[in-house]
Design a binder for this molecule. Structure first.
Ligand code: NAD
Length: 428
């Protein structure tokens, strides 16, 4: 029997599926598969450190608001904590904790010497202007000044944040410490030590994993019919790179709905439009489509690249894709995951599929530490090698253990962490 989670319970919204409970459930399955010691499982089921801060901010209207900010550090047995910072109204402590745990398995799976962490502030970025977002980001950073650092915990962009927020964090941290500390964040602008290739990295990783999965089935990206939910950092980069590789992107969406074109969307034109029109999406050849309709379109590859819990017991029977590539974290619920397996749909798991971002974050850190900066071609090459190696390892593990690709990715990631914990021993 696993020790109960030490995390406080949060009131679930109707039909809410707790991402932390789901991630723990996969961990327990992996632990059974690995015959892990119950004490180790209890350690891994709980984050090592949970910090919640209140962030008071004076808006330009004069109103003062207080926002809740979290940073969860799950496990640092392999190295400094690493994980994105999310700005979204649905952010909760348990969601951030789930994402921190996923980062631990992801880094271990990819062989990167980082631990898992995640941060989040419950806010709708569109409701704040740039100055207000900057004040919120700087205050959050100040509140966490003792908990982050290049050898402690290194934030990066996630939903609702980008290189801009990373630059504010780097500046706030550096001003407090008294000298420039570029290594405190990754995914920062190239002007202050960011890596070439980082912006497209998560999307490029998605493209690589999808390409490998198709190749294994004797298929190619050329002419593959692809549907993508979400056209943000990850979704738009994956769309562009898949389009460049010859795939046909039939539909994409944002929170306000999607667009569809049977003959394929002009993704470069769409990207230009989205940049010029506050992330809205439209091209002449497309017709509108809802997010619910988008998920059930017939296609070769469905790429959820937005939020958690998008494929659930309610819509899983209508999924017509042969492959679901999890670009988002946790887009398929536990129940839906089993149903997809039974339906013969291949699920490419999040901790593998969206790992391109953290791989290039690691490469950014390596470049920063060595004061030698690489061209984009080298960054992409090094990232691709790690992604392809991990993909092949996961496929091999799934064959050997006769488990799904997700469980194979978990047994590899969790197994490496368990080994490291065992080798280090339990302090004191
Ligand atoms: P983003 O904020 O840049 O984009 C999110 C996109 O999802 C936007 O297009 C938004 O309009 C859309 N969206 C929001 N709510 C939606 C809804 N209800 N239905 C459909 N679309 C909706 O975020 P991102 O950085 O692209 O992150 C997307 C996912 O990828 C998240 O799960 C994140 O954790 C994961 N991820 C991101 C990175 C990274 O490097 N940014 C790395 C690994 C994983």
């Amino acid at each position: 029997m696993v020790s109960p989670s030490l995390l406080p319970l949060e009131a679930p919204t109707p039909a809410h599926i707790c991402p932390f409970d789901q991630t723990c459930s996969y961990l327990e399955q992996a632990a059974r598969e690995l015959q892990l010691d119950q004490g180790l499982l209890a350690i891994l089921s709980n984050p090592r450190k949970v910090v919640t801060v209140s962030i008071p901010v004076k808006l330009d209207s004069g109103e003062v608001q207080v926002l809740a900010g979290h940073r969860v550090q799950h496990c640092d047995v392999l190295g400094p904590y690493k994980g994105g910072l999310r700005y979204h109204p649905a952010v909760t402590l348990r969601e951030v904790s789930a994402l921190a745990m996923l980062m631990t398995w992801k880094c271990a799976l990819l062989g990167i010497p980082y631990g898992g962490a995640k941060g989040g502030i419950a806010l709708e970025p569109a409701h704040y202007n740039i100055g207000e977002l900057e004040r919120i980001t700087r205050r959050y950073t100040s509140e966490l000044i003792k908990d982050i650092g290049p050898e402690v915990d290194i934030p990066a962009p996630d939903m609702g944040t980008s290189a801009r927020e990373m630059a504010w964090i780097m500046d706030t941290y550096s001003m407090n410490i008294g000298h420039a500390v570029p290594g405190v964040v990754t995914g920062k602008p190239i002007s202050i030590g960011g890596s070439r290739g980082r912006e497209l990295a998560t999307g490029r990783g998605v493209m690589i994993i999808v390409r490998e999965a198709l190749a294994e089935r004797g298929k190619s990206l050329v002419g593959a019919r692809v549907v993508i939910q979400g056209f943000g950092n990850v979704g738009s980069a994956a769309a562009l790179l898949l389009h460049q590789a010859g795939a046909k992107i039939l539909a994409v969406s944002t929170g306000s709905g999607g667009i569809f074109a049977e003959a394929g969307l002009d993704i470069p034109a769409l990207k230009v439009y989205a940049v010029a029109n506050s992330k809205r999406i439209a091209v002449p050849e497309a017709v509108p489509i809802t997010n619910a309709e988008l998920l059930t379109l017939p296609c070769d590859v469905l790429i959820p690249a937005a939020l958690e819990n998008q494929i659930t017991h309610e819509n899983v029977n209508q999924i017509q894709a042969s492959i679901v590539a999890e670009a988002a974290n946790g887009p398929v619920t536990l129940e839906a995951d089993q149903a997809l397996l039974a339906q013969g749909v291949t699920v490419l798991p999040d901790i593998l599929t969206n790992a391109g971002g953290v791989v290039v974050s690691y490469l950014e850190w390596v470049q920063g530490l060595s004061y030698v900066f690489w061209d984009e071609e080298r960054v992409n090459r090094e990232m691709e090698a790690l992604m392809v190696y991990a993909y092949r390892h996961v496929v091999q593990e799934s064959k050997v253990r006769q488990v799904s690709l997700r469980m194979a990715a978990y047994t590899l990631g969790v197994g490496r962490i368990a080994q490291a914990l065992t080798d280090r021993g339990l302090y004191p």
